[in-house]
Design a protein around this ligand. Structure first.
Ligand SMILES: [Zn+2]
Length: 256
């Protein structure tokens, strides 16, 4: 099985990619399909948005509307639950602990949590762990979460120089992971939400607009996915790329 890497950079605004140098992401965009006007869900908050990414339903359906996880009343199977049931090996590498409930017990082959999303070094460390594990542990579907751009922006402001440095650092961290993987690895890169001033959570365009990059493209590189794309489309797209059926509850659509 060809490895697929889902990378979420917390708080990555789409327009940050034009405001600073992100050569890893630029390389993915050049050989893939992408959009800088995808939308996340309301509330534009980390755990609700990740739940919607993994479960392809709105927060009103999965029920998580704050950063506190609670069991779903009417459970929707998540991306890793479905992938694991299809026989794929899954790995999660993350540095914000609340994400540990994005999959149900039994769905994960490897989970590495590093308790530091508050420094450049924290993102570098979890990327290094992913770079070591994915090949060694024969992971088919890997989730890499880099949390520092969001933490930094809460302190210094979105689009501040410190934030853009955190974005460059996350881009380099993703580059370290890709360098450890075969060149044919498939990558989906996105964000959970954007932000403005020192906050997010509203329906303002700065909070709701996220980038989405899928590489390599199946049908011609460099294509624009357009602005009708949402975070709900990520899980069905990955299912389509990897050849397993999406859950019947999922509301997004496969983009390729
Ligand atoms: Zn935040």
């Amino acid at each position: 099985m060809q490895t697929t890497l889902l990378c979420v950079i917390d708080g990555l605004r789409a327009d940050a990619l034009a405001a600073t140098e992100t050569p890893t992401i630029a390389g993915l965009m050049a050989r893939g399909r992408s959009t800088l006007c995808a939308r996340t869900v309301m509330p534009s908050v980390t755990l609700p948005c990740h739940m919607s990414l993994f479960h392809s339903v709105e927060p009103g359906r999965h029920g998580i509307v704050t950063n506190l996880w609670t069991p779903q009343v009417r459970p929707v199977p998540g991306l890793f639950d479905v992938a694991h049931a299809a026989g794929l090996r899954t790995g999660a590498y993350y540095n914000w602990e609340e994400l540990r409930d994005l999959w149900r017990p039994g769905a994960l082959e490897v989970g590495i949590f590093w308790r530091d999303c508050r420094s450049l070094a924290g993102d570098q460390r979890i990327a290094a762990e992913a770079a070591r594990s994915i090949g060694r542990d024969q992971i088919d579907l890997a989730f890499l979460y880099l949390g520092y751009p969001d933490e930094c922006a809460h302190r210094h402001g979105w689009m501040s120089e410190a934030y853009l440095e955190a974005v460059r650092n996350a881009d380099a961290a993703l580059g370290v992971v890709l360098a450890a993987l075969p060149p044919e690895v498939r990558v989906v890169l996105t964000a959970d939400h954007g932000g403005h001033e020192r906050s997010h959570g509203s329906d303002a365009p700065e909070d709701m607009t996220i980038p989405l990059v899928i590489a390599p493209a199946a049908d011609g590189a460099g294509g624009d996915l357009g602005c009708g794309v949402t975070i709900l489309d990520v899980a069905p797209t990955i299912a389509g790329m990897m050849g397993f059926p999406p859950a019947s509850d999922w509301e997004g659509r496969a983009l390729l």
